[in-house]
Design a protein around this ligand. Structure first.
Ligand SMILES: [Zn+2]
Length: 262
């Protein structure tokens, strides 16, 4: 089976001690690419470094919305984001532009209205990132927690199609809107315990579906570290929901990956 994980965080400290083993386990189940997301400037540097050392890791560089220093957050102490490594938006975007030829995508970027009420600065940053995506012709991988409709509004206004909605939690209507806007959607490795992502696997056109883990987060088993090899469970859910074999599902996802990223 050919597997791809279009959203993981291989630079996170959870993988520091056993990254080669994690990557070997992924290879053994058929993984051909793990798109590792940068979440701030230092993370972008680390992702690039890792991709040079381990060819299975394909680098994406981004700026997690809550890591942007100009965005006010509700509670600084949350471990969902990392304000310590806040580098200016200008410098972060400049670095991404300089390394445009080395990356496969811009991510993780987007808008988060769960841990921040600062809509305007997030919209400003995200709009600049979409402009960069157009300029360097790389797709964006988007986080849209509690901001699903807003993100779709912005993408529609900008006529921006070159995008993946990562872990998209909008309801059926918003999923349909995303499909009408030609966007890509992902089925996650924890879809076994999520009615929502089972519905996504059933609803989205087969030429628009991708698979992701968000490792080390969102594992199939609550409380356990997630890792890219678990993307096989996302493929199994697609196969089950569409009445096709896992091999067929994997092949379709791989084709979508090639169309969007290569
Ligand atoms: Zn992520």
């Amino acid at each position: 089976m050919i597997l791809v994980d279009v959203h993981a965080h291989m630079d996170f400290p959870e993988f520091e001690n056993d990254l080669p083993e994690v990557l070997n386990r992924a290879k053994n189940v058929g993984m051909v690419a793990i798109i590792s997301q940068g979440v701030h400037h230092a993370s972008n540097q680390k992702v690039l470094e890792l991709s040079k050392k381990y060819p299975l890791i394909r680098p994406a560089m981004g700026l997690y919305p809550l890591n942007a220093p100009n965005v006010a957050v509700i509670d600084e102490s949350q471990d969902d984001f990392d304000r310590k490594h806040a580098t200016s938006v200008d410098d972060t975007l400049k670095f991404i532009r300089q390394h445009a030829a080395e990356i496969v995508a811009i991510g993780e970027v987007g808008i988060d209205l769960h841990f921040s009420e600062d809509e305007q600065h997030q919209i400003d940053n995200f709009t600049r990132i979409l402009q960069l995506s157009n300029a360097i012709k790389k797709p964006v991988i988007i986080h849209s927690r509690k901001a699903e409709k807003l993100v779709l509004d912005i993408l529609e206004d900008a006529k921006h199609r070159n995008a993946v909605l990562h872990c998209f939690s909008g309801g059926k209507k918003l999923i349909q809107r995303a499909i009408d806007l030609d966007l890509h959607l992902t089925v996650t490795s924890n879809a076994n315990r999520s009615q929502h992502f089972q519905m996504m696997a059933r609803t989205a056109p087969l030429d628009r579906l991708l698979t992701e883990t968000d490792a080390p987060l969102l594992g199939p088993v609550v409380g356990e570290r997630n890792e890219p090899q678990n993307v096989q469970y996302a493929v199994e859910i697609i196969a089950k929901e569409r009445g096709i074999t896992p091999d067929e599902a994997a092949r379709l996802v791989y084709m979508n990956y090639q169309n969007l990223f290569l």
